[in-house]
Design a protein around this ligand. Structure first.
Ligand code: NAD
Length: 411
């Protein structure tokens, strides 16, 4: 029942990765974070997994495959999910944690060095903050949060992690890929000149039909909403934040700026019980008279693409998640191919996280850029929901918190 694939024009999709994931038999190496320093590059880190759904189990398999991690504990609100992951990693019952506060019990597990937080986005800020406070290194799935207060909490957690000499990495696959990095470097060096406009898009089929089917069977209570989180505006942040962030993150990275204001619209055509929209159209106005035209759809059939095309005065950069990444100027060209990005990006981030922890690099550079792009999606969402223009300052001043009533959930 995990949400469907974040697809792309790549011939390789996430379902193939999921079925290809192998469970690893894991032992324990007790290693305190304060002992993990530069000469410990080969030491194993004890990793806890928070959120044992589709991506959680899949990425925990990649952590295990890396060789520098033991998956030492798992946590999910639902016991069936925690047990599935527990079986995958041959963990004793005592290292499988459930309920709303299961992550706190996981964080108290002796010898744990780090956590991978792969739960629904609504919970990311609170779980990441608790992990940093507990002295753990944090590997966090995108999006970092569903609202402005959540983004600011993660920003603060990233700062705190740096102060406490802990790592905090946000897992965007694009930013980890050398071809994306190459075109970003060239853009920032001025090779395509001033960027005047960008086309940004995230087009895909209908996702989350499985979740919707489950949701229809049960009442719309808190537990049912948790099972169907990806079609729930509050728990997911809606599709623009939950999924479309992949393309808007690249746009903010290339622009190296946050938008000043946005005008938006959109809506929902698919007949889901959940309340997320399935299409958006937003114009973002960035500094230096840069206009970014963004559209997305998560409905219908055929045509999948996660793209960002930047038009500069002297050239154009065209990027597609798990596809071509190119740069063209009058006298130069760069041709990249990121075909296997979905897995490659995660593998690179997992390796970078290990190097950062064991090498003592606590700069945590992925945090500020993730806060910026996450806030960009929230600005687009606010503008679209209101069918109007919203400025960045208005969004920050409003400081709107999305609320989910957890009182009926199990502890
Ligand atoms: N390309 C990518 O970077 C990528 C791809 C897929 C998913 N993701 C992200 O990974 C996260 C999880 O997505 P998924 O596809 O695995 O979803 P999923 O529904 O398959 O898994 C989420 C799991 O979290 C559990 N959960 C719910 N509330 C919880 C809580 N309070 N504490 C602990 N666990 C809780 C659910 O029971 C479920 O097992 C999301 O943030 C999503 O955006 C990123």
């Amino acid at each position: 029942m995990s949400p469907a694939t974040e697809t792309s024009p790549s011939p390789i999709n996430r379902r193939q990765f999921l079925t290809g994931t192998s469970a690893a038999a894991l032992g324990f190496t007790l290693l305190r974070p304060e002992l993990v320093r530069g000469d410990d590059a080969n030491r194993k880190l004890n990793l806890g997994l928070i959120g044992c759904g589709g991506r959680g189990k899949w990425i925990a398999g990649l952590f295990a495959r890396h060789g520098g991690y033991n998956v030492a504990g798992v946590c999910d609100y639902f016991a069936d999910r925690a047990n599935e992951a527990g079986e995958q990693f041959k963990l004793p019952a005592a290292n499988r944690y459930t309920g709303l506060h299961g992550y706190e019990r996981l964080l108290a597990q002796p010898g744990l060095d780090a956590v991978a937080i792969i739960s629904p986005p609504y919970f990311h800020p609170i779980q990441a903050a608790a992990a940093v406070d507990a002295g753990k290194h944090v590997y966090l799935a995108k999006p970092i949060a569903v609202d402005v207060p959540g983004c600011l909490t993660v920003e603060e957690s990233g700062r705190k992690a740096t102060e406490k000499k802990q790592c905090f990495l946000v897992d965007f696959q694009t930013r980890a890929h050398p071809d994306y990095q190459e075109v970003a470097k060239r853009i920032h060096a001025g090779q395509i000149g001033r960027i005047v406009s960008m086309d940004v898009g995230y087009q895909c089929d209908t996702y989350f039909e499985g979740m919707d089917a489950e949701f229809r069977k049960s009442n719309r209570d808190a537990q049912a909403r948790l099972r169907a989180w990806a079609v729930d505006q509050v728990l997911s942040g809606d599709v623009i934040t939950e999924q479309n962030i992949h393309s808007l993150d690249v746009a903010a990275w290339f622009a190296d700026a946050a938008p000043v204001r946005a005008y938006g619209t959109g809506g929902r055509a698919r007949p889901f019980v959940g309340n997320c929209w399935d299409h958006y159209a937003v114009i973002f106005y960035f500094p230096n008279e840069l206009t970014v035209s963004f559209s997305s759809k998560q409905v219908g059939y055929a045509y999948d693409d996660i793209m960002c095309r930047a038009y500069g005065m002297n050239g154009t950069v065209d990027t597609h998640y798990a596809g071509k990444v190119t740069l063209r100027t009058k006298d130069d060209a760069f041709n990249g191919d990121t075909r296997n990005l979905y897995e490659d990006g995660a593998v690179r981030n997992i390796a970078a996280f290990h190097r950062a922890v064991t090498g003592g690099d606590f700069a945590n550079t992925t945090v500020p850029s993730s806060v910026r792009s996450n806030l960009t999606t929230i600005l687009g969402r606010m503008a679209a929901y209101g069918n109007k223009e919203v400025t960045w300052n208005e969004m920050m001043q409003k400081h709107e918190k999305l609320e989910f009533d957890t009182t009926s959930l199990q502890d």
